[in-house]
Design a protein around this ligand. Structure first.
Ligand SMILES: [Zn+2]
Length: 120
């Protein structure tokens, strides 16, 4: 998963291009990850604090007018997980170990390689 630039959350000027662009990206991210059948997501604005569920359009308006909570930098209510990813990494490590065990090199082959690198 590509990490998203969230520096815009801290911007004081909510009329700036960066902030509006960030709100749009957040809306897109939430839509891709957590939109329910009724098209609603949790609103992370100052007033709703991820308690109210609104349509994405309404959430965008809230973020532009009221502002996103500046401490909501990990979007756990909008599809950004943490623990699951770590478990997946552990599985990958085990697979890597098995692959390394399969690689067998004969001593003769090794000597040939050494001779090639350092001719007598
Ligand atoms: Zn709101």
């Amino acid at each position: 998963m590509t990490s998203i630039d969230k520096s815009w959350i801290q911007l004081k000027n909510r009329a700036s291009m960066e902030y509006m662009d960030g709100v749009r990206k957040f809306a897109q991210y939430a839509e891709d990850n957590v939109k329910d059948e009724d098209g609603k997501i949790r609103c992370p604005c100052m007033v709703c604090s991820n308690v109210c569920r609104l349509t994405i359009k309404e959430v965008e308006t809230h973020l532009l007018h009221k502002g996103m909570r500046s401490d909501y930098t990990k979007w756990v209510y909008h599809g950004e997980g943490d623990d699951e990813d770590e478990n997946e990494d552990e599985d990958d490590d085990i697979e890597d170990e098995n692959e390394t065990g399969d690689i067998d090199m004969d001593l003769d082959d090794m000597l040939v390689v050494l001779n090639d690198l350092m001719p007598p």
